[in-house]
Write a protein that binds this ligand. Sequence first.
Ligand code: NAP
Length: 475
Amino acid sequence: METDLFIAGKWVPASSGARFDVLDPATGDTIASVADGGEAEAIAAVEAAAAAGPGWASTPPRVRSEVLRKAFELMTDRASELAKLISLENGKALVDAKGEVTYAAEFFRWFAEEAVRGDGAIATAPSGANRILVVRQPVGVCVLVTPWNFPAAMATRKIGPALAAGCTVILKPASDTPLTALAMAAILAEAGVPEGVVNVVPSRSSGRVVSAMLRDARVRKLSFTGSTEVGRILLAQAAENVVNTSMELGGNAPFVVFADADLDAAVDGAMIAKMRNGGEACTAANRFFVEAPIAGEFARRLAQRMSALVVGPGTDEKTQVGPLVNEDTVAKVDELVRGALDGGAEAVTGGSRPDGPGFYYPPTVLTGVSADAPILRQEIFGPVAPVVTFTGEAEAVRLANDTEYGLVAYVYTGDLARGLRVSEAIEAGMVGINRGLVSDPAAPFGGVKQSGIGREGGHDGLLEYLESKYIAVDW
Ligand code: NAP
């Protein structure tokens, strides 16, 4: 497969000749060496995207739509090879990787459909003097920065709407998982995306490369998915040239179970909300708040299900939980769990890191976690479920909102009115009621508070790549 940079429709090495290694998280072994883009390549990619901009913006929406539809079909045809690639470089279990390919391809299908649904507005000014005509135009050159946890879906969730809107892009994938991004570039080229419309620049110097692009006045949009910490840095950098930004940042999702909930459904939902992607999801349930009368039983059943999961290399068909992506991630999970145990928590299952090789952490359930434990404050990003007891609706809402994050929340209850009341009171961009999964290409995905700005997916996702132009007309 291609391992060079993809700029202006061509595969090119870095001008410095530099390359970096991609590792298999199951063994720590090198699986590929990828061209290491620097500032020169980043600017060449901006050049290519700027040159391709007017042509792509004026390409009929129907044609843009059909290119995206073709990309959806190619991804679907190659689902199993793409899933293996994701699993190989990210470590996630094949079953999760297959789910990701389906989810990722759906963004191309959804935005193929949205490309021809461009809307505008017309109204009469209140004074009666003129008409107010609103047309939508593509924002322009977009820099897209993606994380390693969903290497395909986080890319298609940005490329799909950008291309549908008539924008051109430079994708800077996470350096742990550049291979999937390069495979996506090949698919898009095959689907008929003209040269320069999509450029992909993997790099180990992400900070320098992204800063260089943000300093280039031709760049008009930054769409970032990653940690809140890096999001803050990029928001400050984007301020220099007043670049339009969309930020999909970290989460600290509460999973609230009321005593009137269907306990079987709550445990099933908890397994999905916690263990999809082995816990390496921004939407992962991070804090389990369970009403006192059922808390013990919930923790017991959850631990039973967690301990029965098959842990192993992601590429093995039997595996349900793969290794985490890298050493830093597993060390952070281990530190959070040790902190909770030192503070008086008990591990009902799991709770200690196995010996190497590979970046494994066992599915873990903790009870008796103290309210100030860092594990309740920080994103765990691993297969660990801390369970905390509460009493009554007001306490559940207070605990759920006691965080600077606000991405997603899950609520289990047999009383729909309560479910809706609590959903409205929880500070989050998304809520699942009696569901452990909310992600859907047709729905607006995104957070409030320090979980981000803007939405991806749904019709809102398209609007992020369009500017409204108002024309005052006197006819
Ligand atoms: P990260 O460290 O913030 O990295 C994200 C991306 O930013 C990577 O491509 C990374 O490149 C790049 N980057 C790192 N430092 C940078 C800098 N100073 N300037 C410019 N770019 C920089 O996040 P991650 O560890 O890859 O991903 C996990 C995080 O993503 C979690 O916090 C998770 O919640 C969040 N996430 C959010 C959503 C959402 O929709 N809200 C979805 C998925 C993940 P390198 O790989 O080279 O460091």
